[in-house]
Design a protein around this ligand. Structure first.
Ligand code: DGP
Length: 139
């Protein structure tokens, strides 16, 4: 499996960098975003390093979307949000900051006024860890 030793998400998959893991299978990995745009913001990635949508093999995309659905379902059971977005960014103008393909699983609250390119702000790490435990129950 291809891995980029300088990629932060590859380091999360290998355990070199810690994360609040929600789920993994042989092809994909899901974890809490440390810069949550809303409570429950999670990321789903392929384990194989692939920079963006265009580079991702179809099989990798398919597996990642299936895991995103699984995480979205668990998040919805945990938080019962008003809605939920799956968002995937390609290129700096689209606010892609990590060049390892990822799908944002983002719970939404009515009138939360979240902009498409939200700013990156460090979340409350203890609260994110506690929430990850609650979500894992449903995965
Ligand atoms: P994007 O801007 O679409 O490339 O999203 C990258 C997301 O990754 C962003 O919401 C912040 C998150 N992120 C960046 N570094 C880390 C990290 O080290 N750990 C975790 N859990 N999330 C990270």
């Amino acid at each position: 499996m291809h891995r980029d030793p300088d990629c932060i998400f590859c380091k999360i998959v290998s355990g070199e960098v810690p994360s609040f893991k929600l789920f993994e299978d042989e092809a994909t990995f899901a974890f809490m975003d440390i810069n949550p745009a809303n409570e429950g913001h999670a990321l789903v990635i392929p384990k194989e390093h692939t920079p963006d949508l265009y580079a991702a093999p179809d099989e990798v995309l398919a597996r990642t979307v299936v895991t995103a659905k699984r995480v979205a379902t668990a998040l919805t059971r945990t938080l019962n949000p008003d809605g939920l977005n799956l968002i995937q960014c390609n290129g700096a103008a689209a606010a892609q900051s990590v060049m390892h393909f990822h799908i944002h699983v983002l719970p939404r609250i009515t009138d939360d006024a979240l902009a498409m390119n939200w700013g990156l702000k460090l979340g409350d790490i203890d609260a994110i860890g506690r929430l990850a435990e609650r979500i894992r129950v449903w995965i």
